[in-house]
Design a protein. Structure first.
Length: 221
């Protein structure tokens, strides 16, 4: 029998509860100081590991410490410093143009609303939600590859489009859980529920996960 919306919400709440126990204090893995550095690091993290980004950003931010410095920089100089993150030409262009927008439209300060952030060239909802949730304390549900994959495996969404996945999760979870839930799914995806071979044995939510053959939610444990 197909799960009702209320049953799915209860199961989602139980997933949240269990993942809180596993990851009591989830944090953004990107090392940063302030909203602008986080914005740049998040742009660099596309198709790249956070570990690699964290290796690149110290030298990058020493050379270009703020939006003004990036806005006036030569694209080639940015490309040189971020080459190892992959897709460095498009990333350098996004960082350069977003920095110009921040300087020209927002007085050099990273804006603090979703509508304003997505106006920045090269910035989509994922990057905007990372900044909102981690730099400004505003609830933001980040849908990266891990969050999308695990949400589908757990039966919380059937969608593949990140924006649709985001809205599906927003309908199931209270806003105060959005940011940390994203982090917790990302960590679970890295540690246990990988793309190639999810390890259901020992997973905190295996007995309430459709991927593991479960049809209905188990009782809380």
């Amino acid at each position: 029998m197909r799960e009702t919306k209320e049953e799915k919400k209860r199961r989602a709440a139980e997933i949240v509860r269990r993942l809180k126990r596993r990851y009591p204090e989830p944090e953004c893995a990107l090392i940063h100081e302030g909203p602008f550095q986080l914005l740049v690091a998040t742009i660099l993290s596309a198709q790249c590991t956070d570990v690699r980004v964290n290796m690149v950003t110290p030298a990058l931010f020493r050379r270009f410490p703020d939006a003004e410095a990036f806005a006036s920089a030569k694209i080639g100089d940015i490309e040189h410093l971020i080459r190892s993150t992959g897709f460095f030409r498009s990333k350098a262009k996004s960082i350069h143009e977003a920095s110009r927008d921040i300087v020209g439209k927002f007085g050099g300060k990273v804006p603090g609303t979703l509508d304003e952030l997505v106006q920045l060239r090269g910035v989509g909802r994922k990057t905007a939600n990372v900044v909102l949730g981690n730099a400004y304390g505003t609830p933001g549900l980040v849908v990266d590859t891990h969050v999308g994959r695990l949400s589908r495996r757990m039966g919380l969404t059937r969608n593949t489009d990140p924006v649709k996945v985001e809205h599906d999760l927003m309908a199931l979870l209270p806003p105060e859980e959005w940011t940390d839930f994203s982090h917790r799914l990302i960590w679970l995806g890295r540690e246990q529920c990988s793309a190639r071979k999810p390890v259901c044995a020992g997973c905190d939510v295996a007995d309430i996960c459709p991927k593991n053959g479960v049809k209905t939610a188990a009782k809380p444990r």
